[in-house]
Design a protein around this ligand. Structure first.
Ligand code: GLU
Length: 383
């Protein structure tokens, strides 16, 4: 299955299997204030080609506010958060409509996912978003993600991403992407502002984001869109820290996505600070968020260790500690040896009821059903 990265050995040889591609407003509008279907069609055609090669793709797309403003025939001058929320509500459907039609030409189904920071800060929300996006990848659908501008409240800082650069880094982390590609209307990170300084040089490779790099970003602010270079570097810092490679490139360059996929060096590439697996494992194994344990029978222990299978209710003998859906739990064998840890789809109270039972009985026993896996293989680390 596509979501089971362990099983896709043939595709693992490709550089970057799972991509999050962020498309900014400046790029999608060609700087003209309305969604330019010709530009979007060119980008979609490239994404479709990668999709046919078997790569896994998610898009984080801006452009809802610009589309809403254009549809309502309003001038750029009218600003303010509540007004932007109105524009986003009008524009989001237009944006999705364009993607839906353009991807349909390539027989690709799209899905809309609107997220806020508050959704992902909540552990159940994080797990729901992750499970949904991974399930969509397994179905070979292309998710089009945007901030849920209508409900995201700016006054509560933690509740809003505020820019799609940071949102795309969170999404890359959420789905364990190999690559986060920030496509914009500037070729990458420069040594100085290329609009003002003719000596500005493009930096092709950044091994580590230090204060020097952060200062460069402040000097190359792009005034046209919400996310200038500062938010791109913030996003790159967040994503590389969770093991994702980040590339900032000019989305207007011909075939830029295909050229990157073929291994060509385009734009600025930021190396991951740790390996992706290491980052996820480190988080899960840190014990910081471990809330309890599940004792499993010998059969389930073997299935987890040797066959990289999900943990089902039938294999669980005992539940220890008090935890909620989305918490991290240890998984131990009957002798109490800890074999793995993972994010649970059910709370301790639920597991006390469904342990030892066949998955088909979950809905009857609980009155609801979050799926047959108590811990999905995508969400566990075997020690
Ligand atoms: N969510 C906004 C939109 O769809 C864009 C935010 C951004 O570009 O950073 O218009």
């Amino acid at each position: 299955m596509a979501g089971n990265k362990g099983g896709k050995t043939a595709l693992k040889t490709l550089p970057y299997q799972r991509w999050v591609i962020k498309l900014g407003t400046g790029l999608l509008t060609g700087g003209n204030g309305y969604l330019d279907e010709e530009i979007i069609s060119g980008l979609v055609a490239q994404v479709a080609q990668l999709h046919k090669q078997g790569r896994e793709l998610l898009i984080v797309s801006s452009g809802a506010i610009a589309a809403g403003r254009h549809k309502l025939g309003l001038a750029r001058e009218r600003r303010g958060i509540p007004f932007k929320q109105v524009l986003a509500a009008v524009g989001q459907s237009r944006l999705m409509n364009i993607y839906d039609q353009l991807f349909a030409r390539h027989d690709i189904t799209v899905a809309q996912a609107l997220l806020t920071r508050a959704d992902l800060a909540d552990r159940a929300g994080y797990l729901n978003a992750r499970n949904t996006l991974l399930a969509l990848l397994e179905l070979k659908a292309v998710s089009i993600v945007n901030e849920n501008d209508v409900v995201a409240v700016d006054e509560i800082q933690e509740a809003k991403f505020g820019d799609n650069d940071n949102l795309s880094a969170m999404v890359a982390n959420l789905v364990d992407a190999d690559l986060l590609l920030l496509l914009t209307d500037i070729a990458g990170l420069y040594t100085a502002d290329p609009h003002r300084n003719p000596d500005a040089r493009l930096i092709p490779q950044v091994d580590r984001i230090n204060s020097e790099i952060e200062c460069l970003a402040t000097g190359t602010l792009n005034s046209f869109s919400t996310g200038g270079m500062v938010t791109k570097i913030e996003a790159a810092k967040l994503a590389t820290a969770s093991g994702v490679t980040v590339i900032i490139a000019d989305g207007r360059e011909p075939d830029v996505i295909l050229r990157l996929a073929a291994g060509e060096a385009v734009g600025t590439r930021f190396s991951p600070a740790v390996s992706r697996l290491e980052s996820r494992q480190r988080w899960m194994l840190s014990g910081l968020s471990t809330k309890g344990s599940l004792v499993v029978d010998t059969g389930a222990a073997l299935a987890l260790q040797k066959q990289k299978r999900s943990l089902l209710a039938a294999g669980i003998k005992q539940v220890e500690g008090k935890f909620e859906r989305g918490d991290i739990v240890n998984i131990c064998d009957p002798q109490g040896v800890c074999l793995s840890c993972g994010m649970t789809n059910y709370s301790s109270a639920d597991i006390a009821v469904i342990k030892g039972m066949h998955s088909g009985k979950i809905a009857t026993l609980l009155g609801y059903d979050y799926g047959s896996e108590v811990v999905h293989r995508n969400n566990l680390v075997v020690l």
